[in-house]
Design a protein around this ligand. Structure first.
Ligand code: 1DF
Ligand code: MN
Length: 362
C-alpha cells in the first residue's frame, strides 16, 4: 500500500486533528522551579518536573522549549507531521500542584495564552480551559469564561487534585457546569499522589511509562463506580493513551462490579443504572496519544465503537512523524480514517472548522 503523504490541508481525504497537545506558560514553569525547591515537595511532581526542568539531556531540553511555544516552531512541527489542527491543553500537572489562589491565577494565564493562539491561528489551534479545581465556584466561573468568552472547547483535568478525585461531591459544581456548557472534560494523566507512588517510584515506573496510566485509569473508574455518570448522564469525558488500559479490562470490570453490587459489598458505593462498559460506551471517548499501535487501536474500536476512538499525538512529549504514517496505514476505509482523524474530534469537542481547509468533500 502506498504511503499517505504527511501533508496538511485535507488532500489525503481528511484533516488530522491532534487532540492531546500540551502547552506551558513559561511563568508556570518558573513557579514549578520554586515549588521543586520546597522541603516537602510532592514526590511525583519532583520526579516529573525535576526531570523536565532540570535535566540537560536533549529530549527534556527540547520538551521545555516546545512546551512554551505557540507559534513558529509548533506550527512547523505540525506541518512536518501532517497535523492540521491541534487541541491545546495546559500540560500536566497544570494547576493541580498549587494552592487554590495560585491555581486560579495560573489557570487564567494559561487560558488567555491558549485563546490568543487560537485567535491568531483559528485553522490550526483549538484549546481547552484550565481551572483551579479546589475552589469550585471560581473554577466554574473560569470554565464559563473560558468557553463563552474565550471560545475554549472543553476542560482539562490533569488527574488527581492534590490526592483528590473528581467523584468527590466538592467537585460536582464543576462537572455540572461542563455538562451544562456541553463541553467535554479531558482527563489527562499526572504522576500518582504521595500515598500511591512509593512502590512505583523506586522502580522508575511512576511516570508516562506506567504510573500515569494506572492512576488516571483508576480516576476514571472512580468516577464511574461512584455514580458520577448517573448524576451527570450527559457528561463527556475524553481520556488519552487508548483509555489508560480500561478497554482491555472491560470484561472483568463488568463481571466483578456486578458481583460486588449483588452482594452490596461496598456500602459507600451507589447502585449503578448501567454496567461499567455501558458508561464507557456512553460517556467516554479515547485518544491514541502515545499509543500509535495498530492492534491496540483496532481492539479499542471493536470494544468501544468506532465513534469513540480518535487521534492524538501528545506533542511535545511524543513527536514522531512516523506514528502518523502508522495510523494512516490502519486497516480502515477512507471514511473510517476520516472519522478517526477528523469527525470524532469535531463532534466530541464541537469544533467549528468551517472556513478552514476542509477535507475531501469540504
Ligand atoms: C509525559 C507524557 C509527560 C505525557 C506529560 O506531561 C504527558 C512524559 C507532563 O513522557 O513524561 O502529558 N503523556 O500524556 O503521555
Ligand atoms: Mn499528554
Amino acid at each position: 500500500m502506498a504511503e499517505t503523504p504527511l501533508t496538511t490541508g485535507g488532500e489525503v481525504g481528511y484533516l488530522r486533528i491532534a487532540t492531546e497537545e500540551a502547552y506551558a506558560p513559561i511563568e508556570m514553569l518558573d513557579l514549578y522551579r520554586e515549588l521543586l525547591d520546597e522541603p516537602d515537595v510532592d514526590p511525583g511532581f519532583a520526579s516529573l518536573m525535576g526531570f523536565y526542568l532540570r535535566s540537560d539531556a536533549e529530549r527534556p531540553a527540547a520538551v521545555r522549549r516546545k512546551l512554551a511555544d505557540l507559534g513558529e516552531e509548533r506550527l512547523a512541527d505540525m506541518d512536518a507531521a501532517g497535523v492540521d489542527h491541534a487541541i491545546l491543553a495546559l500540560t500536566a500537572p497544570g494547576t493541580q500542584v498549587f494552592d487554590p489562589a495560585r491555581a486560579r491565577d495560573v489557570a487564567r494565564l494559561a487560558n488567555e495564552r491558549i485563546a490568543e493562539a487560537c485567535r491568531a491561528h483559528p485553522d490550526r489551534f483549538s484549546g481547552l480551559a484550565a481551572v483551579g479545581f479546589e475552589d469550585a465556584p471560581s473554577a466554574v466561573a473560569e470554565l464559563e469564561r473560558g468557553v463563552k468568552e474565550l471560545g475554549l472547547k472543553g476542560l482539562v483535568c490533569n488527574s488527581h487534585i492534590r490526592g483528590h478525585y473528581l467523584d468527590e461531591e466538592r467537585f460536582y459544581p464543576i462537572l455540572e457546569a461542563a455538562e451544562a456548557l456541553d463541553v467535554p472534560i479531558y482527563l489527562h494523566p499526572q504522576t500518582p499522589p504521595r500515598d500511591m507512588i512509593r512502590p512505583m517510584l523506586e522502580a522508575g515506573l511512576d511516570g508516562a511509562i506506567f504510573g500515569f496510566g494506572v492512576e488516571t485509569g483508576m480516576h476514571l473508574l472512580r468516577m464511574i463506580v461512584r455514580g458520577v455518570f448517573d448524576r451527570f448522564p450527559g457528561l463527556r469525558v475524553v481520556v488519552g493513551h487508548l483509555g489508560e488500559a480500561l478497554p482491555f479490562w472491560l470484561y472483568r470490570l463488568d463481571y466483578m462490579h456486578a458481583a460486588q453490587q449483588r452482594a452490596a459489598r461496598y456500602q459507600g458505593n451507589p447502585r449503578l443504572e448501567l454496567t461499567v462498559s455501558e458508561y464507557m460506551r456512553r460517556n467516554v471517548w479515547v485518544t491514541t496519544s502515545g499509543m500509535a499501535w495498530v492492534p491496540a487501536i483496532m481492539f479499542c474500536r471493536e470494544v468501544l465503537g468506532p465513534d469513540r476512538v480518535m487521534y492524538a499525538m501528545d506533542y511535545p512529549y511524543e513527536y514522531v512523524p512516523d506514528e502518523v504514517r502508522a495510523q494512516d496505514a490502519l486497516p480502515l476505509s477512507l471514511p473510517e480514517l476520516r472519522r478517526f482523524y477528523e469527525t470524532n474530534a469535531i463532534e466530541v469537542f464541537r469544533l467549528d472548522l468551517t472556513g478552514t481547509a476542509e477535507a475531501a468533500d469540504g
